[in-house]
Design a protein around this ligand. Structure first.
Ligand SMILES: Nc1ncnc2c1ncn2[C@@H]1O[C@H](COP(=O)(O)OP(=O)(O)O)[C@@H](O)[C@H]1O
Ligand SMILES: [Mg+2]
Length: 330
């Protein structure tokens, strides 16, 4: 809860999310933490749960999709976000309730980075504007880094030094000009040859983007799709540490398939998402998975998940509670 013990200023976060009749979710009630991961099979509803928070407070249920569904197209949908004693409620199609979802949750921001978007030329961010990516795919990386260079030069230099340590063969990372007055990210290789974003690996681009997120203006909630994408296992750990740092400033929810991300989290920070035809999306806290206490003695969290995950219904995990040892039927 929001006890004063942790920080001098404790920022509120969504500690419970209830979603009903929202795409594949029939009814889900999930406890969240400042840094929290949804893990589970493909197509189980992880992204849908993240998006329920983006949709709250937006006029259409749309910003995350090309063909924006509207609330009106989601009859009976309901999303409730609890923050300590307060709650924000969005009921489908009821304009009157929408404003209450504004404020904090109106600032939820989804991030699902794509290498080609990170490579795209972009405009500079004027001095009086907040630092942010142009869209959820990461267009605007060079602009964010340029703003970081001008507003926090010492941090930019630290980032640049770390980048050179991590990625061998690189003399330095830099912001380059394009012929049409835009900016792109690029690197100078050892030996002095300059290459643009097309010469940078996905690992480099993703690492920079996660680092840049620290300097971007923080949304109320940061929702991150598969932060492990394109990253070497050794880099995933570093990104998980970055997410932990970010979570000191804003709530961070991730959807992931990576045991390496999970290894960096506490049990209460992980929820397993599965889906059945009958019940729709189901959320099971990691701590409530079968035989959790025993298994926890043997496995790191990510290994625990990996050892029992079947990629379909995760029956060996969610099939029963701690006390029981029954196999899930179906
Ligand atoms: N905008 C949408 N329109 C229709 N169906 C959707 C939409 N969003 C999610 N769904 C349903 O949710 C299911 C799970 O999707 P998703 O949340 O992306 O899974 P995951 O992220 O766990 O892989 C999809 O197969 C689909 O049935
Ligand atoms: Mg997904």
């Amino acid at each position: 809860m929001r006890g004063p013990a942790y920080h001098s200023v404790v920022k509120p976060f969504v500690d419970r999310l209830q979603v009903e009749n929202f795409f594949c979710v029939k009814k889900v009630d999930v406890a969240l933490t400042r840094l929290h991961a949804f893990i589970g099979p493909n197509d189980s509803g992880k992204s849908t749960l993240l998006r329920s928070l983006v949709f709250m407070g937006s006029r259409t249920a749309g910003s995350a999709y090309p063909q924006a569904p509207t609330w009106a197209s989601l009859p009976d949908a309901m999303v409730t976000a609890h923050m300590g004693d307060e709650r924000w409620l969005q009921v489908s199609d009821q304009v009157g309730n929408r404003s209450s979802a504004g404020g904090h949750l109106g600032l939820a921001q989804l991030v699902r980075l794509e290498p080609d978007a990170l490579r795209q030329p972009c405009r500079l961010i004027p001095h009086n504007q907040r630092i942010s990516f142009e869209n959820e795919r990461g267009v605007g990386l060079a602009g964010v880094l340029d703003a970081m260079l001008s507003r926090h030069p010492e941090q930019f230099l630290a980032l640049r030094a770390r980048f050179t340590e991590l990625f061998t063969g690189i003399e330095r990372v830099e912001i380059q000009n394009t012929s049409d007055h835009k900016k792109v990210i690029g690197v100078t290789l050892d030996g002095g040859r300059q290459v643009g974003p097309e010469g940078m690996s996905e690992g480099m681009l993703y690492w920079l983007a996660f680092k840049a997120l620290q300097y971007a203006t923080k949304p109320g909630i940061l929702l991150i799709e598969e932060p492990e994408n394109g990253l070497h296992p050794a880099r995933i750990r570093e990104v998980a540490a970055l997410l932990r740092e970010l979570s000191a400033e804003t709530q961070v929810l991730v959807a992931t398939h990576s045991p390496l991300v999970i290894n960096e989290l506490q049990p209460e920070e992980v929820t397993i998402i599965t889906r059945t035809a009958e019940d729709g999306t189901i959320a099971t806290p990691m701590t409530m998975t079968k035989n959790f206490e025993q298994r926890r003695q043997i496995y790191a969290l990510g290994e625990l998940w990996l050892s029992y995950a079947d990629g379909v219904l995760e029956s060996e995990l969610v099939g029963g509670d701690d006390a029981k040892d029954t196999k899930a039927a179906g």
